[in-house]
Ligand binder design. Structure first.
Ligand code: 5GP
Length: 181
């Protein structure tokens, strides 16, 4: 783990190590696997771009071979804060009618993206909808939205790494970093 990371003139310090992240990814994976049960052929919906690394690790840990993986893309952030306006950039191409779906997100902040996405996806009549997030900032909620699965609950500070970016950068980092105070 690097001591400090500087991106676009902002400094970030270590917050969660890759080992700690993987421990929680495994816990969430086993919760999802036992809730889905043996007979389910779920569709995992990865929310681009930030969730791609979490989703790759989580889906492999869940270990259900009879699953499909789909992608959606929403945007609400510019720089380090939410605009409050959520837009769908890429929709779903997979048929989810009658399916158990698990949405996989990197972080729930205000909850606005999650609420909009669930609303959009429910229109396609899935059998069940669950929501898994790597990170949850409960104090930032503007919606009261509660994810079904949370790897880490964190205070409302800007973080990056393990898929999460600052203006598109630093998604490659193995560990998660928090903005220096
Ligand atoms: P919400 O709609 O819940 O306010 O925001 C969800 C989206 O905001 C996430 O998918 C993510 O793109 C972005 N976001 C929220 N907090 C952070 C953060 O601390 N770091 C990064 N990199 N993105 C964040």
């Amino acid at each position: 783990m690097e001591n400090k990371v500087t991106i676009n003139g902002l400094t970030f310090v270590p917050y969660l190590t890759h080992d700690k992240i993987m421990e929680q990814v495994k816990r969430v994976a086993s919760e999802i696997r036992s809730d889905l049960g043996e007979s389910s052929d779920p569709v995992f919906i990865c929310v681009l771009n930030g969730a791609f690394i979490f989703a790759a690790d989580l889906i492999r840990e869940i270990g259900i071979n009879d699953c499909k993986i789909a992608f959606v893309r929403y945007a609400s952030y510019e720089g380090t804060s939410s605009t409050g306006h959520v837009r769908q950039l890429t929709g779903l191409t997979e048929d989810i009618a009658g399916k158990d779906i698990v949405i996989i997100e990197d972080i729930v902040d205000t909850g606005l993206t999650a609420v909009k996405m669930i609303d959009d996806l429910k229109k396609q009549n899935p059998r069940t909808v669950k929501f898994a997030t790597l990170l949850h900032k409960p104090e930032s909620s503007k919606t009261g939205f509660e994810p079904d699965y949370v790897a880490f609950s964190i205070p409302p500070k800007f973080i990056l790494g393990y898929g999460l970016d600052l203006d598109g950068k630093a998604r490659n980092l193995h560990d998660i970093y928090v903005i220096e105070e």
